[in-house]
Ligand binder design. Structure first.
Ligand SMILES: [Zn+2]
Length: 336
């Protein structure tokens, strides 16, 4: 996929013929979707259906690409950004924030092999400023004498920091910030409230705005769940006031409450947690001393409140009522 604000740049690039240069350097602010653009370009270069202005999504090449196993495609990222390393969090060493010489050596082996399919080999380097000096010099050799059919797409948030020799080997494709109204329309489509202020705080970069909003919502949810974990100590008035000040939507709080209660019930019945596995250790002691009838009554109340949430109402009052009702429902539990 690519983002709507990139349509024009995409068509310009396609019209110029993106294959005319073996190395492109996509530059622009962080959080505008440069990597998505690079991936779509890579997929288009590998796509085996010649008609489409975008990759067809149907051919073998497209299907392999989407599944992450096209044999003629590589993505060079710092180890710290790689998903595989994140999963292996028990590794002793902190993953590197740099792209290393070893990674580039492996890449050089890859680009010098002939392509599995007819379409040449495509490499994305993201972000190019993460190449350390040795790695940049090793990549430079390949950029200076690229094997036939090899295509490089370098992505950079700070292209002026790249070695001038690397820059001069690439054709720069600047990707600008989207127009404010385009970014706002897109953020609203994503269901983001207060899109204008998040966008302003992110310097006009829509993906950065979305990430910022997600992070702040996550923090609000974590704090609420920590309160719910201690129903006896819960200060319903204070928590309601806090949620109101944070402009948390009623429907969102209802979802969190409903999921929390669902998890409590599941733990009681089946010893499993569906929504908040990270909270299992807090849920478990509560689940031991539950009154299931009260809990289900509370669950119904939450669902009813959510149904009314689209009407204008006093959010703080709704939060207060729900939190008091939660305390009532949990009266038997949380004695510790
Ligand atoms: Zn295709």
């Amino acid at each position: 996929m690519r983002y709507p604000w990139h349509d024009h740049d995409w068509q310009t690039l396609r019209a110029q013929g993106e294959r005319q240069h073996h190395a492109l350097l996509l530059t622009g602010e962080p959080g505008i979707g440069k990597l998505a653009f690079a991936r779509q370009l890579a997929q288009s270069l590998l796509c085996e259906s010649t008609t489409a202005d975008k990759p067809c999504g149907q051919c073998d090449a497209c299907r392999w690409f989407v599944a992450g196993n096209h044999p003629d495609f590589r993505e060079l990222l710092p180890a710290a950004d790689s998903e595989e390393v994140e999963e292996d969090s028990k590794a002793k060493k902190k993953p590197s924030a740099w792209i290393t010489i070893d990674q580039v050596r492996e890449l050089n082996d890859f680009v010098h092999l002939s392509a599995h399919r007819g379409g040449g080999r495509v490499t994305i380097v993201q972000p190019a400023e993460a190449l350390n000096t040795q790695a940049a010099n090793a990549l430079l050799k390949t950029l200076e004498e690229p094997p036939p059919g090899a295509m490089f797409i370098l992505v950079s948030h700070q292209w002026r920091r790249l070695l001038p020799t690397i820059r001069s080997r690439c054709r720069r494709v600047p990707l600008p910030l989207p127009a404010r109204e385009v970014a706002l329309a897109w953020l609203e489509q994503q269901g983001l409230d207060d899109a204008a202020s998040h966008l302003a705080e992110s310097g006009g970069a829509p993906l950065a705005a979305l990430e910022r909003a997600d992070a702040s919502i996550l923090a609000v949810r974590r704090a609420l769940l920590a309160d719910l974990a201690q129903p006896r100590q819960l200060d319903a008035l204070a928590v309601a006031e806090r949620l109101d000040k944070q402009k948390t939507e009623v429907a969102r709080v209802c979802d969190w409450l409903a999921r929390w209660v669902y998890d409590l019930a599941c733990l009681g019945l089946a010893q499993s947690v569906r929504y908040y596995p990270d909270e299992a250790s807090r849920l478990a002691p509560l689940a031991q001393a539950l009154d299931p009838v009260r809990l289900m009554r509370f669950h119904d109340q939450v669902i009813a409140a959510k149904r009314l949430a689209s009407h204008p109402l006093n959010a703080r009052l709704v939060f207060e009522q729900l939190l008091f009702a939660y305390q009532q429902a949990m009266r038997a539990a949380g004695k510790g």
